[in-house]
Ligand binder design. Structure first.
Ligand SMILES: Cc1ncc(COP(=O)(O)O)c(C=O)c1O
Ligand SMILES: N[C@@H](CCOP(=O)(O)O)C(=O)O
Length: 466
């Protein structure tokens, strides 16, 4: 299996190289050259597997000859040992035909653990095999950072630097990152937004000298391996609800567009999906695009769902590339003008085609609180301020006879203030995080300045490796 860049000017790479490369040399995102297709007997086999084995099988279709299935099974089994639910990704029917799939039973209580715990295993395996070291610089609006730190802390081959927008993540999210003391971990609070943090990461990838000097790699969903590892839970719940013989729909609270793109990738592999329902908070660029072909960047506004306070959704580029019939030149032109002018003129036929598969709903903070309260009162289900937006989108677009699976992406205890405001309940952190709020924090605060952050990264590398 080979991978090519959405911008068409980077070398094609194998799965392991894509894992270590992160962002393509030409600024594009890697995509599989062809989509692996699941045949009828594959579905039967998948149905009989545990979640870790199902994940290994799906990953083997993307890893090609790079990693054999036996190894993948071992890595996936280790990755999911730290989940505190037997089913790993359990789901339940909330109201008739509407299901909630909980993706937050991993160590940091958000869906990021599902891919990140595997990435940790994959990185160690490939780096060991190639006898290499890397520096990972990640951007987070709250959850990717702690999941990456938890998956990679203590690694001898990886220095990890996480950039988060200063003052724009919840206290629990910040502490999950800043209280970790392993010497390979550094946190930087950037004076800016998540989009600024993500732009800094992309600028570091564009700086070839720096990139080569530090052996830069990525844990954000710009890294294809992240997307690949998020595909299995879509297949898992759909299988239990009748796939491939019956179509399902998914409702996903969306920010960087990685999670929902993984579901769409499952569709490309043959999973019958009726609709993908995007849930946005007041940073609603994706919903504006779906409903009105308005892809214009507005200022990022802090909301009750901080992890979705994003305007520039990296993975939209992957979707665009595919709907442009893989015309990398056109994709490159659209993306470059988008960043230059702050708006993208998606050709109307492409917008219409996307609109046949995707729908969108956005909630402001007041609506988010109301929905949390309503779902709790009606169904006794406590959804966090991100998950509730997916649930609201699922409710809006539910069709008779088509199961709607709403992705619950974080545990409500990560956002106690928002939960208390919405429904007067302050959910408790699970036992393993009981001391989080009293531990000492360690982080740097830096301006949104590439040179200063690169210098801090060099210091982090020196501190870690001497
Ligand atoms: C809790 C939570 N929900 C939803 C999202 C949005 O997911 P994505 O960025 O993959 O669209 C995020 C951030 O990624 C998140 O942390
Ligand atoms: N919401 C994310 C933002 C980064 O998304 P990613 O999927 O590209 O890692 C976060 O919580 O950090």
């Amino acid at each position: 299996m080979k991978y090519l860049s959405t911008r068409g000017e980077a070398p094609t790479l194998s799965f392991s190289s894509v894992l270590l490369t992160g962002l393509a040399d030409d600024g594009g995102l890697y995509m599989p050259e062809t989509w692996p297709k699941l045949k009828l007997r594959d579905w039967e086999e998948l149905r009989s597997l545990s979640y870790p084995d199902l994940t290994a099988l799906i990953l083997s279709l993307f890893a090609g000859d790079d990693i054999d299935i036996k190894t993948l099974k071992k890595l996936c089994s280790t990755a999911y040992k730290r989940f505190n639910h037997k089913a790993i990704v359990p789901f339940q029917e909330l109201t008739h035909g509407l299901f909630v799939q909980e993706l937050f039973h991993g160590p940091t209580l958000a869906f990021k653990d599902l891919a990140m715990q595997i990435l940790g295993q994959l990185f160690e395996y490939v780096l060991e095999k190639e006898d290499r070291t890397i520096t990972i610089v990640g951007a987070t609006s709250g959850d990717t950072g702690s999941a990456a730190i938890e998956a990679l802390r203590g690694s001898k081959r990886i220095t990890v630097v996480i950039l988060h927008p200063s003052g724009r993540v919840s206290e629990v999210q910040r502490r999950q990152m800043t209280t970790v003391t392993d010497q390979n971990i550094t946190n930087i609070a950037v004076e800016g937004t998540f989009d600024d943090c993500q732009d800094l990461v992309k600028a570091m990838f564009a700086d070839q000298t720096f990139r080569n000097e530090v052996h830069l790699s990525a844990v954000n969903s710009i890294n294809w391996a992240r997307i690949a590892a998020q595909i299995p839970y879509y297949i898992y719940s759909a299988l239990w609800l009748g796939a491939p013989h019956r179509a399902v729909s998914f409702a996903v609270p969306t920010g960087n567009f990685g999670n929902i793109l993984a579901g769409w990738a499952a569709g490309k592999m043959g999973l019958p999906v009726d609709k993908f329902c995007i849930g946005s908070n007041k940073n609603d660029i994706l919903t504006r695009f779906i409903t009105a072909n308005d892809m214009s960047i507005q200022e990022v506004q802090p909301s009750l769902s901080p992890s979705m306070d994003i305007q520039i959704s990296s993975n939209f580029e992957r979707l665009l590339f595919e709907y442009l019939n893989r015309d990398a030149e056109q994709c490159q032109t659209l993306m470059t003008t988008f960043r230059k002018n702050g708006t993208m003129a998606v050709p109307p036929p492409i917008w219409q085609a996307i609109g046949e598969k995707f729908t969108g709903l956005s909630l402001n903070d007041e609506e988010t609180s109301q929905q949390i309260r309503k779902v709790y009162e009606q169904s006794h289900y406590l959804a966090d301020p991100h998950s509730i937006i997916g649930i609201a989108a699922g409710q809006k677009f539910l069709q008779p006879g088509i199961p709607m699976i709403c992705m619950a992406t974080a545990h409500p205890a990560k956002f106690p203030d928002a939960m208390e405001k919405a429904c007067s309940i302050r959910p408790k952190l699970p036992h393993h995080l009981a001391s989080l709020m009293t531990k000492q924090e360690h982080s740097l605060t830096l301006p949104n300045n590439l040179a200063e952050i690169q210098s801090a990264i060099r210091n982090a590398i020196n501190r870690n490796w001497g």
